[in-house]
Structures are given as structure tokens and as C-alpha cells.
Design a binder for this molecule. Sequence first.
Ligand SMILES: [Zn+2]
Length: 745
Amino acid sequence: MAVESFLPGTSEPKTTIEKEVRQKPSVDERTTIETPGRQMPADEIEQDKMQVKKPKKRSAKPKRTAEEIEFVRDSTLIITEKPQAALKIASALGNARKYNDNNVSFYELTRNSKKIIVASAVGHLFNLTYAEGERGWPIFKTEWVPSYERAAFTRRYYELIKKLAKRAKEIIIATDYDIEGEVIGWNILRFIVKQEDAKRMKFSTLTKPELEKAYDNPMPTLDWGQAYAGETRHHLDWLYGINLSRALMSAIKKAGSFRVLSIGRIQGPTLKLIVDREREITAFKPEPYWQVFAHTHNTPYKYVKDIFNKDELKEFEHIKEANAATTKKTEHVEPPHPFDLTTLQREAYGWHRISPARTLQVAQSLYLDGLISYPRTSSQKLPPEIEPKKILKTLEKQFPIAEKATRQTPIEGPKSDPAHPAIYPTGEVASLDNDEKKIYELIVKRFIAAFSSDAVLARTYSTLTAEDKKFTANGTAVIEKGWMDIYPSTVEESTVPDLNGPVKIDKIEIAEKETQPPKRYTPASLITLLEKKNLGTKSTRSVIIETLFERGYLEGKSIQATPLGMKLILSLEKYSPIIIDENLTRDLEEKMEDIQFKNDNRKEKEKAVLADVERIIGNIAREFKEKEIEIGQALVEGSQELREQQREQSIIMPCPQCKIGMLTIKYSKKTKRQFAACTKYPECKATYSLPPNSLIKKTDKMSENNLPLLMALRKGRKPWIFEFNPNYKKEVQKDKNSNQPSTSS
Ligand SMILES: [Zn+2]
């Protein structure tokens, strides 16, 4: 992953999510500047009624002396990961007042006659980079530097924490409780506050009761397991990222071309999985086979085996009667377990087609709004401490169905997580729409379902026996819906007759089928597979997949490798198989887990892992440099094929004006939108506008009027298929009520 951190326009996972959250400006961002010293009750802040004031010019006040600073060391400073969390914590702990310093908010309050200041980072305030003097590749010496060297806006947060820390007699780290959060807190502590350790607030929801509890009973130290495991991961991913990307870029440059290429520690093995699947599909030879059905009482009974030898079909021709036996069983189906992140991502994709990366992003914002618990969890369990019955009671107002949650203890899944429980709603209410509403309701329903009664199904198993041949038909009826009333399920009802004894067979039906190639992965099945293979972490898997798409290695909803992705894997397999070796990266993953969960010699273990990585990257470098030209040529070819393919995919239809060129989908950097134009430009100036604020793609279908169908993709919306009609304008003049999209020239 670390490669993203030095390529323009990309960032490591947490920052990516952060970026998206920023699109919707928070109260903090909208209120902008406030003169230091002006007080503002926190409840007013929430309503966003503040007036914007111009910042005061800094007067040339003499700097305070060390004695004066010592004199004001009177507060406890709580440091959070995001501005929104600072506001939540401050409001939870007391009657907070908001201050602004250089356009960054912080809060002050008194609790048990102790002065508390709450301030925040904005995600990472430090990034890894190569140590001075490190050129070319491979490079191994890295160091933490302030993020403001590349992301200037983080400087104001850095400076404010520095200032406030000087007034603090005690520091409490209250970043998100996971490895990323721990690294964020640790870096602030050692590089800004210049302190070795601090108290740590641990919480899973941004709700008042839990935040009060976390403040009143803080952990005495940082979670060093998370801190060292997190730091190791940063170094590891950074070293992998920068060295492999430099290797690829250098190879492609030697082959006389240029393209931004990268491959990360997890990206390589992930891409290989997809390419391997593609190869299975290509190599697949469909085979015919037959299914045999015996019909009686208007019901088809299927022969228990599929038949691959056509000759065997003769054995069924003469069957005219059979012996029937039917048994009935009542089956209790337990509710599904509560959500861990991967299951939430899978279900959100399954029911709503929301991508895993988008689901994580939405869940993160629901968490920051205090509506759900921390989403980056592997747990499928709900401990009693979260007081689920209270939450259910609160949910009843909004979701009356919650009164059906009568189970005393919830159904739980096998997976647990030492840091957080399963994802659950806090009971707090907000009006939501679009993806937020869909994800939130899915979480609420799943939570209520876990406390609901079993569904009761009546299963009917009916068998026909003709000589030595067995045919079956099964029926299902829902007797009690139980949890299925609350959470969607895929159970389908069907009936079969209650037959016993001799029956007449009305006909034998033979259906010819063909074996199917393995299915391509969807974003949801791919993250499930990565989890099963222990590749990446719950927080990063969905982001890794998105990155592979952004790099041009993958395409399509059912995921396919592009020519570039195929060529990349092909050449790596041939010349540098270590890069895509999933065992190697899994082994590193296990070592980091060991650092996180086993409390011994963490520092030494971190050193050992990094030494491993140096050795691995050193080997890769040797292999790679020997075969640089071959690898480079393969990548250039893949790159050209991809460009060619993309060009073909953007062709809409022959140009209706010059009848020589082709209308293709183009992007205007000036207007920042797509449009259709003729390939014969500038001789032919035919242009047509396309719907704004969407990504327009060609479908391979034509409309009833034999015009090409295009697809407009918009974040959080269903794809919109529309007809591209170059004669649109004329038709509108004929019929003003026409409902067609604006494809006018
Ligand atoms: Zn033209």
C-alpha cells in the first residue's frame, strides 16, 4: 500500500477514506475562523450557527518564557484522530466550549474540577519517506516526517497540538482503537509532545456513556502491540511500495516508454488471483451433461446424479412407475450473526450493489456521527457490556419491529476481535438518505435479527425409487418467519405433493446442459477470498481492490484483468515471482499479528521483520535488474493493448455528420465533463454533450431504435442506461414532451 503515499493523487487507506469524508464539509470546516478566546457553548456549535470572523493578525508579541509555559501546565489534553471525534468527546465529557486557533477547532471543559482540552489530528500527521541521500532503488532507510511537507493543511493541526501540549500536565491518546489509530497517537506523542507513553482511551462508539467510561477508566499506557504492529506494517508496505514501483517504472523507462505503474505487497498476489481465475475461464472447455427428471402429479423429480455418458440415458426410457416415499421435518433456522466488516461489505454488495470500499467509507461516517460502533472490526460477537436491550428499546421508536427481538442473548458468529465488538447501532437517531440510509438500516436490521426468534421451516423431502434409480423433490414452507421478518433472506417457498407408495410416472424429461466455467470474482467475493487467505487487513482489502482498478489492471463489475494486468502478472511470473508470491506476504502478515498479540520483544521482532523485508526486496532487485529489459517490453506491450482496448471501448457509433469518423466518448479537462466527438476532428466538428456528473460508458447493447445504449455511473446511484441519439435536438422540436436524456448537440 505504501506506494500510494508517494505517487501523486493517491494516499494510504485511512487518508483515502478521510478524503471522502471531507467532501461533505463538517461543522468544523464550515465555521472557519474564530478569534482565540471567544467562547462558544458546544451545543451551539452542533447547530452550526457560528458567525465567521476574520482572523486577527498576529501581533509581534514577545515569545513566552519557559517559566510562563510551565506556569500554565494545568490541563489534561485529549488527542483524537479526527475533528469530529474531538467534538463528540468534548460534548460527552462536559459543558464544552469551542475555540479556534488558526482555523482549527479545539474544546475546553471542566470535569470533576479538572480542566480538559480536546484537540484532534486529521488522520496521519506523519508519513514515512526515504532518509536523506537515498537515491535509485532498492532503498531501505526510511524516516517519519511531518505530513505537512506534502499535505500543507495538516500543519495547522500539528502546530495546535504542539501549542496545547505545552499547557498540558497530562496527555490522553483517544485516536481510533486499531493499529492505524495507535500509530497516529504514538507519532504525535513521540514527535510533537516528546513524551514516551501516555494514557489511552479505548472506545467503540462515539456515544456519551461509552466516552465517559473510556475517560474515567483509561488504559495506563498505549496499546504497544498495536503500536509496534502498526509501525512495522507502515515500514513494510512503504519499502515494498516504493521499491517495486521504482523497479517497474525503471523497467518501462528502459523499454522507452512511460506509464505510472505500481504494485504493492498485497496488490501483486491479489492481481495474480484474478489473472489465475481468468486463465481458468479461458482454459475451460464446456462439457455436455444431462439431467433426468421423472414427472408425476405435476411435479418434476430430479435424478440424484448428473449424467456425463449419453449412453446411460437409455436406462431411463422405459421407466413407467415408481415407489414414492415422503418425509416431513420441521427445521429451525437461527438468525444470522451480527456484522463484522467483511460480512457487512459482502451483504451491502449482495442486497444493494454498494462496493466494499464505499461501504467502509459510509460506515466510517456513520461511526463519526455516533450512529454505529467502530466498523473496522473482525468480531461477530455482541458482549453484554454494550447493553443491547437498552439499544433495542431505543430503536423501537424508529423501528417498531425491534419489539420482536425477544431472544435474551444474541446469536453470534465464530470470529472475535480483541479491540472491538461486532458492528451495532448505538440507538442514536439521524435522518439519512441514499447509501447512508441503506447501510445504516442493514446494520440495524442485522442487529435486531440477532436477538430475534428462529425462523421455522417445514421441509418436505420426497423420493421416487424406480428399480435402482432414485429421484428427489424437496419443498419448503415458512411456518414462522421469526428473524426473516426483519432481515432479508433468500429462502424460497416451494411445494411438493405428499406421495407415498406406488405412483405412475407421466413422463421422463431429459435436459441437456453444459458445465460452466468458474465465475469471475465480484468485489464482494474477492474481499471474502482475501480474508480467507489472510491477505491484507480488514481495513485495507477493499482499498487495495480499488487501487488495482485505478491503475488500469482491472475492469468490470465481475472483475476481469485488463491486458495490462495480464501482462504485468505474466512478466512477473516469468522474471520475478517473489513479488506475487502470496505465501511470502502471508508469512509477513502472521509475523505482524505475532507482534500485535504476543507481548514479548516487540522492538526486536519489528527489527527482524524489517530485516526479512530487506532481504526479500534485495532478492527481487537482483532478479529484476537482470531482466529489466524483458519486463519493460512486456509492460509496454500490455500498456499499448490497454490503450487500444480503451479506445475501442469509447467508440459509440459512426459519425452521422461526416460519415467517415467515429463518435467517441471524450473527456474535456476544461469543462471537467465527458462529451462525444468525432475522431476526424478538426476536419469534422461534430460534438454532442453527455449527462454531467457521471462516468459515461458504452454498453454493448442497442436500443429499440437501433441507437447505442450508454450507461451513466454515479456514486451511490444505480447505473442509468440511456439511448444516445445524435438527432435528439430535431426530435425535441417535434415533441416537447420527450423524456430522453440530453444528448443534444
Ligand atoms: Zn465526423
